[in-house]
Design a protein around this ligand. Sequence first.
Ligand SMILES: [Ca+2]
Ligand SMILES: [Ca+2]
Ligand SMILES: [Ca+2]
Length: 445
Amino acid sequence: MFQRTTRSLAALGAAFAIGAAATPAHAASDPLLDEQWGLTEQATGAPTAWTQSHGAGVLVAVLDSGIQLNHPELANNLWRNPGETPGNGVDDDRNGYVDDVHGAHVKQLNGNVEDDNGHGTHVAGIIAAQAGNGAGGSGIAPGAKIMSVKVLDANRAGDSSQLAKGIRYAVDQGARILNVSINGDGTSPDLDQALTYAGQKGATIVASAGNNNRDIDLAPSYPASSAEPAVLTVTATQPAGSLLGIANRGLRSVDLAAPGGQILSTARGSGYELREGTSMAAPFVSGSLALLASARPDLGQPALRAAIVQTAPKPRLLAGLLEDGALNVAAALRAVLPGDMWQARAAAIDSDVAAAEARLKVSAKSRIRAGRSATVRWRATGADSVVRWRVSLNGKRIKTLPGTKTLLRKRVSKPGTHRWKVVGLDAKGKAVVSAARKFKVLRKR
Ligand SMILES: [Ca+2]
Ligand SMILES: [Ca+2]
Ligand SMILES: [Ca+2]
């Protein structure tokens, strides 16, 4: 029987609405980021790492209690099974799971991966809560995709056979980073075999060390204490850098430490909450592996794991408690990205981020009478570099306006369908955002 590995603390803040009434200048920021100490330079090197990678193109499986699929911070970052047609009651891709669109419920053999506990939603947000959407905080790999593999029930209980099935599912669907914030005192042949299978497929199982305040070299916890080299075991630190009081240790069994005390992440009910435990630490490492894999897709997991553990600083506070050190994802990225690659990626990601964050909404009355004024309005978010707006009607430029303007009126007399287009240009004349809107002109009465 597997036990829960975290303790829930008080819930912080109420639910928030995505993009709610933020001013354009600040629309791209994540207001709770300031309270996420695990994402500071000092804690993990995340801000420097983000100059290189957001984890785009990398899939991370979360084997847990499920995920709140419509959480505004997670909904856009969910994996989608390309072979499965949703909601038709058919196992379209014949993998043994009906309608497994975002992942699988290993016991029900379907895609019912909603979180009925809250643990999995918190873990998922630490990995890949959406960044730059003007709401909530951020995951450490906000560009990564999350697969929800439900192996725990509403009481956060499960067993090693369900975990083994979940590991095989995640690997077979293409995940090479598997977050397992689950601990049990025993293992079983099927779990051992699933871990070996994952390792053979080039996957990493990032396992929480467990929260029994014990040495798991002496009193093992599984899968954390597994001898399978693909298992990367993570214990938890608190903001001061020392080991979290409840966290397990082990010079042989525990590879890394990562933030695990007072961790603010996504909560069931579309908000955020604080939790603590090694369950919160493992996903920082899973997300970090995603950042590395996105930056160097040509390197396999064993090389990326080696980079993470070999570059981990060894603070005195953790001496004798674990094998390697404390996660620093910026240091790991430097180890896999030679200087010229680092420079090139930093430049590329700047423009990526600008493109990803800038949005333009164009609105216009859908019908007007011929001869009346047609009005087009626009509202940009995250497009701070726009200095001019170029407005076209039916493909013909009609006016260029300063960046402070948000509307234009023009008399239109010809009946039929017309199309506004608004393009935001930066100081060099490069298009930053653009959007279009159709409207109809009706004949004069
Ligand atoms: Ca299926
Ligand atoms: Ca289906
Ligand atoms: Ca966010």
